[in-house]
Design a protein around this ligand. Structure first.
Ligand code: CDP
Ligand code: MG
Length: 731
């Protein structure tokens, strides 16, 4: 019989109670049929893990135990020991010995620049230290991250370390996903989300500390945040401002923040052996795969981190690696392939943080996210092909493109450093030493100097910041790009001739979307189709992951997809049809399977749509649907996207109307075979050619009707073949 055990005993029942122990072992034998096997300490561990089952089983055996209560307190004690283990880990971080010194520095200075190598514990520990020191009594602690994945995964980690439920005391906020509550005191968020908080609370009154983390990444939002927080710190002396970064550029941050002191966290760094290739690699993806396998087969234990440029590349590499490791035979240790990129489902992201099992080796296939924002323990080998996907912007044409670009020297150093965190490491650069020294820039150009600024300009205007040329930028954007943004916002009627925010602009600024999308939504009021338009906007915001196309069922998948395109309605309306059909089945998962649609993406679209509906209410636009008036919906789309119009050429390619450039319909478009004369597109993507993605047919006179200040009749005359250069007119 059991006596009422204390929590302590339940944690380690073997130590105290022989009867209990015997009983457990007996059950284990019963359950696992290992009667004859001698019990080892490992088995005891085993028993402990499975206690709950045994307790339940013992009830069925007729023993009189209140198992629910026991289960409950067992769970608690398990959580307690997990917490203790985490606390031990926390104490081992390089930042830990500097805890008190750091708190003292924060107390003494309003602005502090904190520098420490990736993995030293800045992101996870500093907010906790500040909380422990009482800062959360005065307001929340915000910690910004350039990437959504980092915000989510770090919040999850910190909630574990603090022993609280994610979303309660510790939460995160990313676009379209707010995992915080009334209780939240430590809030991890993307830098873009903190920017948006300024709209509702220009002095950030509900925060006591703002930590701009990963400042070295210099994302557009981070750069704008710098200017804004610097400004509010002047009239909010109680607000603590921490700028934290991985080693690079600390002086620059300090200079910008009026010579703020720099707090250095000495890192533990082990030597990293750097290897270059002798000759340039023709195919870096293949070279990366071959190098991974070579390391796996010839090098001592330790995990591998491979830097690739994006999801597609990572998926390809994953497939090839899986295929090739199959042929390695049983003598070679298992190679666990762990992809990580921004769009990877959260459940799968957790996998990269799990310790590698004994005898196996992990190969992490990551985007730039692993360069500084995420720390993966156990990495000993880094493979650096030397590229990343980078946004570039042409202010003349207003075209933005994501290009695979060589990284900077600073990035290369950072990547190499990822291998020497827990012991000596090795970095394999898939480029030559000559390339490194002569071809790579020293530093990456900050995003603000290579991006479309329309979004940011709209935001600053709605914060009442008018004189953008004199905004306190750490590195100013090109004046041309600012002008281009002003021009676009004027064209969208968000600004008037004096550059002041209009009512349309004010409404647009409420939506956390690109100005063209926001305009499309605001314009839907006029065409009484706001319900339809927010469905389309939500579907577009999910990205290109709505349809899937399994390799063995491509024909079925394509047919399912074409169903939504009946009548050549165009891609936007097809997306609307997908959404509405799903809704009609009461959001059925089965329906998604049958139609080769990703249910996860649809759920996300539904979440986004709900939020857009809430925002519509805020800007007092009624929810109205008018699915039968397809032209109305198309005109709403055109109201936002008229700068993205293109006209068919004789050879089947298209030419953009305003800044003439040759473009093509993306093969995935429902209109790829139809080739309408005039189209409006959502975005351009450059792969082998410049492709328009998500396309709708339009009538050219709509352009003049909707945007008379942007297009003139001569731009859209259909019978202009005579005026056009030879060979370019229509047949
Ligand atoms: O910000 P910093 O690069 O200085 O370090 P951090 O992100 O606070 O990471 C400190 C440690 O927390 C890492 O070495 C990881 O062991 C752990 N960590 C984790 O296990 N899971 C995460 N999502 C983030 C950090
Ligand atoms: Mg960090």
């Amino acid at each position: 019989r059991y006596r009422d055990t204390t929590a302590e005993e339940k944690m380690n029942p073997f130590a105290e109670q022989e009867a209990w122990e015997e009983h457990q072992i007996g059950k284990a034998r019963l359950k696992y049929g290992s009667k004859n096997k001698k019990q080892t300490s490992d088995d005891y561990q085993f028993v402990f893990e499975d206690q709950i089952d045994f307790i339940k089983a013992s009830v069925m055996d007729g023993d009189n135990v209140d198992y629910e209560e026991m289960e409950d307190s067992l769970e608690k004690s398990k959580a307690k020991s997990a917490l203790e283990a985490l606390l031990e880990e926390r104490k081992k971080l390089p930042i830990y010995p500097y805890r008190d010194e750091l708190l003292k520095a924060v107390d003494e200075h309003q602005v502090l620049v904190i520098v420490g190598e990736t993995g030293s514990g800045k992101t996870t520990q500093i907010p906790q230290y500040l909380h422990e020191a009482g800062y959360t009594k005065r307001g929340m602690i915000a910690c910004t991250q350039p990437r959504r994945v980092a915000a989510m995964s770090v919040a999850a980690r910190v909630s574990q370390e603090m022993g609280v439920k994610l979303g309660h005391e510790v939460g995160y906020s990313i676009r379209f996903e707010d995992c915080t509550s009334e209780k939240t005191i430590v809030k991890y968020m993307t830098d873009g989300m903190l920017l948006r908080e300024f709209l509702g609370e220009p002095d950030l009154a509900s925060y006591s500390v703002v930590m701009v983390d990963e400042a070295h990444e210099r994302t557009l939002s981070t750069d704008i945040l710098f200017g804004l927080v610097k400004d509010i710190s002047r009239f909010r002396p109680d607000l603590k401002l921490l700028i934290s970064s991985a080693t690079l550029d600390a002086e620059k941050f300090s200079d910008y923040f009026d010579s703020a002191p720099i707090f250095k966290i000495p890192g533990r760094r082990y030597p990293v052996e750097i290897n270059f290739t002798k000759a340039p690699e023709a195919d870096y993806l293949d070279a990366a795969i071959v190098t991974s396998l070579q390391i796996h087969v010839t090098q001592p234990p330790g995990d591998i981190l491979v830097f690739l440029t994006g999801q597609e590349e990572i998926e390809t590499a994953e497939e090839i690696l899986k295929h090739r490791t199959r042929g390695l035979g049983t003598k070679i240790a298992e190679l666990m392939i762990c992809p990580i990129y921004a769009n990877l489902p959260t459940e799968l992201q957790a996998k990269i943080f799990e310790p590698t099992p004994e005898g196996a080796r992990k190969v992490v296939l990551a985007t730039n996210i692993a360069e500084t924002s995420l720390t993966i323990d156990g990495i000993k080998y880094v493979i650096d092909p030397g590229f990343c996907k980078m946004k570039s912007y042409n202010p003349r044409t207003g075209m933005e493109s994501l290009l695979i670009t060589p990284i900077s020297k600073a990035s290369a150093m950072q990547r190499a450093g990822r291998s020497g965190r827990t012991g000596p490491g090795k970095c394999f650069r898939l480029y030559t030493a000559y390339n490194f020294h002569n071809d790579l820039d020293d530093n990456t150009v900050p995003e603000i100097q290579r991006t479309n600024l329309a979004n940011v300009v709209l935001m600053l205007k709605s914060l009442g910041i008018h004189d953008l040329l004199h905004f306190d930028f750490m590195d100013p954007p090109p004046a041309e790009a600012l002008l281009k943004a002003l021009e676009l916002l004027f064209a969208l009627s968000a600004l008037n001739k004096l550059g002041e925010l209009t009512k349309v602009g004010r409404r647009m600024a409420e939506f956390p979307l690109d100005p063209m999308l926001s305009k499309m939504i605001v314009a839907s009021e006029k065409y009484t189709c706001s319900e339809d338009i927010i469905s389309i906007a939500a579907m577009l915001s999910v990205g290109n992951s709505i349809f899937y196309r399994p390799k063995d069922k491509q024909v079925h998948a394509d047919n399912a997809r074409l169903n939504f395109h009946t009548g050549n309605v165009g891609d936007h309306i097809a997306l609307l049809k997908v959404y509405n059909s799903w809704k009609e089945t009461n959001y059925s998962t089965q329906w998604c399977y049958e139609n080769y649609i990703q249910v996860r993406s649809m759920k996300r679209a539904r979440d986004i749509r709900d939020q857009l509906a809430g925002l519509l209410e805020r800007v007092e636009i009624e929810l109205t649907s008018n699915s039968s008036d397809v032209d109305g919906i198309k005109k709403s789309i055109t109201s936002g996207f008229f700068p993205h119009s293109a006209r068919l050429q004789k050879n089947g390619s298209y030419r953009t109307v305003k800044h003439p450039q040759t473009v093509h319909i993306h093969p995935s478009s429902g209109l790829a075979q139809v080739l309408p004369r005039w189209v409006v597109y959502h975005e351009l993507v450059l792969t082998t050619k410049e492709y328009m993605r998500q396309i709708t047919e339009l009538k050219p006179d709509w352009l003049v009707e909707i945007a008379p200040h942007y297009y003139q009749l001569k731009d859209v005359e259909d019978s202009v073949s005579k005026k056009m250069p030879r060979g370019e007119g229509r047949a």
